[in-house]
Design a protein around this ligand. Structure first.
Ligand code: MRU
Length: 338
């Protein structure tokens, strides 16, 4: 990949602004954690692992504030800021997970040197990014073993390099299979309303020389019935203890279709996306987005003034519809019983 979604630049975080893709590659540098919170909210940086990294970087940026107080007081303030950052987007467990790793560094620090503490915080944020790169590679290796030469894979939303610190989760499987010499084709759902599939997945796959065909979300049923799809692979924002999967709105429908057409449905994720504190998918908080994301596109109004809108950003796919989970540790069967 010749881009990074986030990196440290001095006391700031540099973020690839994904709202500008595919037409413009723009990076923003943020030296105020509140701007990073906005960046996460606006989906400049998005995808569960990437927002976990961004959350950690946001606390590191916040820690750079010049203050005149005791380290103890400073630690309390940073913990409050961390809590704010965790709540920006509720569905992906990775955001809280990334921030909590930094909070632990803050809580464990017993010294009285703020600069030393700042250094430890940046080290941990950097470690989260580096680890994610390795996790993605492992997911790719484990998943590629399931892929046959000549497979056509359907994916929904973007679970690629743009969503992580490495080569992605669902797309890592595709990149790794291709590197093993397998010929792979991809169908990318456009992913209404914010078009992560059209804008982001097709962009990054084309850059990597992968054969990709873009379809509207409502075409997935037809291409499966036509026998064009061998496998579905998606990412996830959180997997509950019972194996239910939260992912981008529309994923559940794709899983139902996959079962109906006897197409395996795989979910790719790092260990940090499992949430054993949440019993079932019904307990996963689902983010609701601003209605304007549905009633307008590109500054053009596409629905009547005052229309009622319901805009959940994610849905739940029950474990029974999952063929297997592809993780950094291996492949675990889901509940489809194949
Ligand atoms: O709203 P987004 O773009 O952050 O949603 C992203 C997804 O749903 C991804 O599939 C998920 O986070 C997994 S990314 C490896």
């Amino acid at each position: 990949m010749n881009f990074t979604v986030i990196e440290r630049v001095g006391k700031k975080a540099k973020i690839l602004d994904q709202t500008q893709l595919p037409t413009r590659v723009v990076y923003n540098e943020y030296g105020d954690y509140r701007d990073i919170m906005q960046s996460i909210k606006k989906l400049e940086i998005r995808g569960a692992p990437a927002i976990g990294i961004a959350g950690a970087f946001a606390v590191a940026v916040a820690a750079e504030i010049d203050v005149n107080m005791e380290v103890g007081q400073y630690k309390i303030i940073l913990s409050q800021v961390a809590e704010e950052i965790k709540n920006v987007r509720p569905t992906a467990v990775n955001l809280g997970w990334g921030v909590d790793r930094i909070v632990k560094v803050i809580e464990d620090y017993k010294g009285d040197n703020m600069d030393e503490l700042r250094g430890f915080i940046w080290d941990e944020a950097g470690a989260i990014l580096d680890e994610d790169r390795i996790l993605c590679d492992k997911i790719g290796e484990n998943g590629a073993a399931l892929i046959n030469d000549g497979d056509t894979i359907l994916t929904h939303c973007n679970a690629g390099a743009l969503a992580t610190g490495g080569i992605g989760t669902a797309l890592a499987v595709i990149y790794t299979a291709k590197n093993q010499g397998k010929k792979i084709s991809v169908y990318a759902d456009e992913t209404r309303p914010l078009l992560q599939g059209a804008r982001l997945t097709s962009w990054e796959l084309m850059k990597e020389g992968i054969d990709v065909t873009l379809i509207c979300d409502n075409m997935a049923a037809m291409v499966m019935r036509q026998g064009k799809i061998d496998k579905v692979i998606v990412g996830t924002d959180r997997v509950a203890k019972n194996g239910d999967v939260a992912n981008k709105i529309g994923t559940y429908g794709v899983a139902v279709l996959a079962k109906e057409h006897n197409v395996p449905f795989y979910v790719a994720l790092p260990y940090s996306t499992f949430d054993n504190n949440i019993p079932t998918g019904d307990d996963i908080p689902i983010e609701e987005r601003d209605p304007s994301e549905i009633t307008n596109w590109g500054g053009v109004q596409t629905a009547p003034d005052g229309v009622k809108v319901y805009s959940p950003a994610f849905d739940i796919t029950p474990r029974e519809l999952v063929t297997a989970y592809i993780t950094d540790k291996g492949v675990t069967p889901g509940g489809r019983g194949e």
